[in-house]
Design a binder for this molecule. Structure first.
Ligand code: F6R
Length: 236
């Protein structure tokens, strides 16, 4: 795993966007693996700037997102579909019908998860996967567990994740208790992975993920087994 540290969130975001843009330029019909949360917002802003000012085109790209809250429709402002529309999809030229986010309101989440994996497989995996990291070391919503789960699956959110994400809702009680998340198989199928994280609070979990033992108790540690991961960290 490569590690690069930056003074500011803006510098980190620019570096992440440059990596993604490099993939899009080299392979205009690439598959982008996308994350939500506060960490990649600056990356998306920079990609939007590149689209508007430098002609970077996503017209032939496909995207698959990591996760979605169970029970939230895409029209809910805290749903991850809504987040992606707002921060990226409606601001660039990616065709909406080629942007995929797990359906949080699917009647049968297991069927939805199986279909999501089938789609990732048919696409041949992602060309580049953007990741953030949770305070408990989760990636996607793969929470600390006794074993790694390869498949897209329904997960009970960890209390620390509910607390961390409460900032986006009126209260912690409003945070959904479950989510559909891409599993480690989908994440590790990426040809290249870019993890963005900022702030002192993320430093210890990042160090443990990069340098500690590979264990499902710290899900991001699995990235040590991937041949092309770059961790971009901003101090502020
Ligand atoms: C979001 C996701 C999560 C976040 C993580 C960090 O799609 O998959 O793993 O990346 O919870 O969130 P932030 O960036 O808000 O600290």
């Amino acid at each position: 795993m490569k590690f690069q540290s930056f003074k500011t969130y803006a510098e980190m975001s620019k570096a992440a966007a440059e990596i993604v843009a490099g993939v899009v330029k080299a392979k205009p019909d690439c598959v982008l693996g996308l994350a939500t949360g506060s960490s990649p917002i600056g990356t998306y802003d920079e990609l939007v700037r590149m689209h508007k000012e430098e002609g970077l085109s996503f017209a032939r790209c496909t995207s698959v997102n990591l996760d979605e809250y169970r029970g939230l429709p895409g029209t809910h402002p805290q749903s991850y579909r809504y987040f992606m529309d707002e921060h990226l999809f409606t601001r660039v030229d990616i065709p909406r019908e080629r942007t995929f986010v797990p359906n949080g309101t699917a009647a049968d989440p297991d069927v939805e998860c199986a279909m999501y994996d089938e789609r990732i497989k048919r696409l041949g995996g992602t060309d580049v996967q953007i990741l953030g990291i949770g305070p408990d070391g989760h990636i996607g919503f793969n929470e600390p567990a006794d074993e790694f789960t390869d498949e897209t699956h329904l997960v009970d959110l960890d209390p620390s994740t509910i607390e961390a994400n409460a900032r986006f809702f009126d209260s912690a009680a409003d945070v959904p208790r479950q989510a559909l998340t891409m599993g480690m198989g989908g994440i590790m199928s990426a040809k290249k992975i870019v993890l963005v994280a900022s702030g002192a609070a993320k430093k210890a979990v990042l160090d443990a993920a990069m340098n500690g033992p590979v264990t499902p108790k710290l899900p991001a540690s699995i990235l040590q087994k991937h041949p092309d991961v770059v961790v971009l960290y901003a101090e502020a």
